[in-house]
Structure formats: C-alpha cells, structure tokens
Design a binder for this molecule. Structure first.
Ligand code: MN
Length: 334
C-alpha cells in the first residue's frame, strides 16, 4: 500500500473549508503549551460563532496554569467527548507529527481533515496549512480570524482576540524570542487595538506560578550541569525528586529557562524523568544558530531551530545526559 498523499492547502482553501458549518473536533498536542491551548480554544470560539459545534481534545489535560484559556471546558481528554457529539470534521492545531498526539494518535491521526501548524520539521499526517515563519499557530489563526471578519463571517470577539494574543505571546516568550517578527508584532498590535488586556494575559502567562514550581526550580538550580566549557548548560529532574517534592510534570515546564538564562550558555537543555521507567523527556533551546531541532530529530523528536524536544531511553539520568552531550559537536556551536 502506498503512503497517502497529503496536500499543502492555500489560505483561501483553508478559509473555505472552515467556513462550512460542521461539528468539529479540534486536536492539540500532548504536554500542551499556551500556543496549543490558546489556538485550540480561539478556533473553537471562531467556529462556534460561524455556526459549527466544536470541541477541543488532547491527550493530556490543560495544565493548571493555562486553565484560564480553556473557557470552562472541564476536560479535553477524549473520554470527555459527549456521546452525542459526532464530529464531521477534525482539525489539528500546533501538532507537527502524529507522535505529538500521544494516546490520541492511533484513534485520530488518520482522521484529520486539516492540520494548521507552524513547525518546520514535522511529519504531516493530513492536508495541511503550515507556515514555518509564523511565530505561533496563534499567528496563523489571527490571519484567518481577520479574513473571516473582513468578509462578514465572524463578528468581533474580544475573547477570541485574547486567546490569540495568549497563544502568540506564549510561543514568543512574551515577544522576546527571535521567532517574533514584524508580522508577529503587528498581529499583537491589532489585538491590543481591539481592546484586549495584554498586561493581564502576560501576567498570568509569565509572572504567576505555583509554589511547587518555585520549589522545583530551587532544586534544579542547585543541580545545574555544564559541558563544552560552559557553552552547554542543563538541568535534570529525576523521578525520585518529583516524588519527594510532590510536584507534577506541569511544574517542570519552565526548568529549561534556568540554564538558558546563564551567561555564556549557547545550548541549554532540561532532562526530566516523568515516570520510574528509563524514559526521559528532553527540552533543548539554542541561544545561537545551532539548530536544536536537527539535534532532537536524531532522537526521533523535533521542533524549531531554537526550541525543540525529544524523548529518549537510557539506563539512568546520567546516561541520558551523556547521550545528549555526545550528540553535540562542540566545534559546531557558533
Ligand atoms: Mn506553537
């Protein structure tokens, strides 16, 4: 059997497809971030306003710190889909590859009608609209929302605007990362002109965290490691530590920012052990032109040039760290 052929759709084709009212399931990725959640719930509101029933679904629940984006939908797990909801259409947002759908992959990945995404090195699993130069999936949805408003299909809605802003701000680290382009800033400016409360959204995204998160960061800081003469910096978080501190995976999402912020560190990574098994979840960031998505691809992961991730198996945390460091040629770090 030959592989199915998926098509890159035009902006017009995507607009046309989404304009047709149909009950829609909106999928987003595991370990969801602000772009995934903000984009999914913005699209849900847009489609609802255009006459489609819509529901967001993901393999993991929305983490506590991002609950302010999920508009009262109690759960996003597939078990929570009401039996009466029969989707006629499935759209994925911010999902680069079937593996990012985790437990949903088997059930849904071959039933997706449209992928909307901005990852450069993914594995498309449906007809798609992928803009690698967009800072966030939310930036793509901003263009769609604007078109729908210009053509009278979608009324103005400050909540949609707030969700889109949150998505964009989240993936640009509050507009600090190099992925934030002039277009990104213009989208944000339009959303602010519409009347959203950007300061409040950014406060909730970046200046507010749980006590567990601060405790986890404290321990991680005392466990910092370095390689390549300080040009590689990393934090580790073994399962035993998670248990003894009583923290969950969602408290560990920001650990990567610790080595990333240290002077002289060009490549930063965090390695976490979600369960007692020898499976390690890795996040990598680059503060230079070193392509960390290529690095992660060697372990079956992916992402963006300066922000990527992968999962790897190893006998111990030390072995996992060694595999990563060995995969980085220090001579190739600019
Ligand atoms: Mn994204």
């Amino acid at each position: 059997m030959s592989d199915p052929i998926f098509h890159a759709l035009s902006f017009e084709a995507v607009c046309e497809l989404l304009s047709v009212p149909a009950p829609t399931l909106i999928l987003f990725h595991r370990n969801p971030d602000g772009d995934a959640v903000g984009s999914a719930f913005a699209l849900k509101r847009m489609l609802t306003a255009m006459g489609s029933a819509a529901r967001c679904v993901a393999p993991d629940e929305v983490p506590h710190r991002l609950r302010f984006l999920s508009d009262g939908q109690e759960s996003v797990l597939p078990e929570s889909i009401p039996p009466s909801f029969e989707q006629a259409r499935t759209v994925s947002v911010d999902v680069a590859s079937p593996s990012q759908l985790g437990s949903l992959g088997e059930r849904f990945s071959n039933r997706v009608d449209l992928m909307i995404d901005h990852h450069r090195n993914g594995t498309p699993f449906a007809d798609h609209y992928i803009l690698p130069d967009a800072a966030a999936t939310g930036e793509i949805l901003f263009s769609l929302a604007r078109r729908f408003r210009e053509t009278g299909k979608l009324p103005a809605d400050l909540r949609v605007d707030s969700l889109l802003y949150a998505a964009i701000s989240s993936d640009t680290g509050c507009f600090r990362f190099s992925n934030a382009t002039e277009k990104t800033y213009r989208a944000a400016a339009d959303l602010i002109a519409n009347g959203i409360d950007a300061a409040e959204i950014n406060h909730l995204l970046f200046e507010s965290c749980s006590l567990e998160q601060i405790r986890a960061e404290g321990v991680a800081i005392s466990n910092l490691g370095f390689a390549a003469g300080g040009r590689i910096g990393y934090v580790t978080f073994p399962y035993a530590l998670k248990v003894s501190l009583g923290v969950s995976d969602e408290h560990l999402d920001t650990l990567i920012d610790i080595p990333r912020s240290i002077e002289g560190v060009r490549i930063a990574f965090s390695v976490r052990q979600p369960t007692a098994e020898g499976v390690f979840r890795v996040s990598v960031r680059s503060a230079c032109d070193y392509d960390v998505s290529a690095l992660c691809a060697t372990f079956g992961g992916g992402g963006h040039k300066r922000a990527a991730g992968c999962t790897l198996e190893a006998d111990s945390m030390d072995a996992a760290v060694k595999r990563l460091i060995d995969a980085i040629n220090p001579d190739e770090i600019p």
